[in-house]
Design a protein around this ligand. Structure first.
Ligand code: ISE
Length: 335
């Protein structure tokens, strides 16, 4: 039968996942939506046959028709929902961040280890973007020799009003932390954050843009330009500099229009558009693997490692110093 999924949290990302599971992905149906705002959950549930609205994740997970959970609530609510899902041995796709800090990520890791098998996939969706996937394959093939540097550009048109300086690290640069670890197949060992004179469009109290530097185990250097209020659109680009060549992804693709004495194309307005294919591929892969009884994709270890790099990043951002990343030894379950 189709996988019955409970979607926990129906804000911007959760609502998009409900639509995706309902209309795009095959082999799954949304049997529960959960939100503390009951009206929001009810409105979504009404549009889907056989879908029930809940305000309590625990109640939804106890329902007969719920086989798996997609968590898209705010980060601080993840730990409780993850522990409950593990207690019930339910498969989970958890939006990033896994949890807001390394200590809570370790508690989740402990619970999964006690269960004895992986159940959780973390929603680092860039690993499912077609261009990132090609880049990863190319770097892993060894064709270009060792990777010496990565340059990342991560630009948002504007951030929501509740966004903070720390969130530029924890919610935005966290994606570059994950793709860097994945592309280079190694851990990040230290973080430095530099701040140019801020844009006059940066909100009060936010240093925007920022320039973040990672060091890695092999000695590669990785820079990230994070720009929260570039104004013109959503842009994510990366370039790998290797011994025998360089590779670039994320340059805008067509259609290219020439008219009125100008030529050019459009910049995507938002991450939901820019990474639409990646989100679709990610959720389909999760549903397929779950139905086969497997767990694939980024693990709790990846969520923990990113959280540890975030902690170093926030402290580097605050104190203006290079901060080393501290990780526990990788448990056998995540080898
Ligand atoms: C947002 O939370 C995301 O996850 C997006 O992918 C990222 O580009 C954006 O900067 C974050 O605010």
């Amino acid at each position: 039968r189709a996988l019955g999924v409970a979607v926990v949290g129906t804000g911007k990302m959760g609502a998009d996942h409900v639509r995706r599971l309902h209309q795009v992905v095959s082999g799954a149906r949304v049997t529960a939506v959960v939100d503390i705002e009951v009206e929001r959950a009810r409105t979504l549930a009404e549009g889907i046959d056989g879908c029930t609205a809940y305000t309590d994740p625990t109640a939804a997970m106890a329902a007969q028709d719920v086989d798996a959970v997609l968590i898209a609530s705010p980060g601080p609510a993840h730990e409780a929902a993850l522990l409950e899902a593990l207690r019930r041995d339910l498969p989970v796709l958890c939006e990033k961040p896994l949890t807001p800090d390394a200590a809570s990520a370790l508690r989740v890791m402990d619970a999964e280890q006690k269960l004895g098998h992986r159940r959780i996939q973390v929603g680092f969706m860039r690993r499912y973007d077609a261009e990132y996937m090609k880049l990863e394959r190319l770097l892993r093939s060894g064709q270009l020799g060792n990777t010496l540097m990565l340059h990342h550009r991560h630009r948002n048109p504007a951030m929501p009003p509740w966004f903070t300086n720390e969130m530029l690290i924890n919610d935005s640069v966290v994606h570059e932390m994950d793709v860097t670890r994945w592309l280079l197949d190694q851990e990040i060992t230290a973080v430095t954050v530099l701040k140019p004179a801020p844009s006059s469009y940066a909100p009060e109290g936010m240093d925007d843009p920022q320039f973040v530097l990672f060091e890695t185990e092999s000695g590669a250097l990785v820079d990230v330009e994070i720009f929260g209020h570039c104004g013109y659109g959503y842009q994510v680009q990366a370039e790998a500099v290797c011994e025998r060549g360089t590779v670039r992804i994320g340059d805008e693709s067509g259609p290219w229009l020439s008219a009125d004495g100008r030529w050019g194309g459009a910049v995507t307005p938002d991450y939901l558009e820019r990474f639409a294919d990646a989100y679709d591929r990610q959720v389909q892969a999760w549903v397929d693997a779950t139905r086969r009884g497997e767990v694939t994709g980024p693990s709790v270890w990846d969520g923990y490692a990113a959280a540890a790099v975030c902690e170093a990043g926030v402290s580097a951002q605050r104190d203006g110093q290079r901060v080393e990343v501290e990780l526990i030894e990788r448990p056998a379950l995540y080898e």
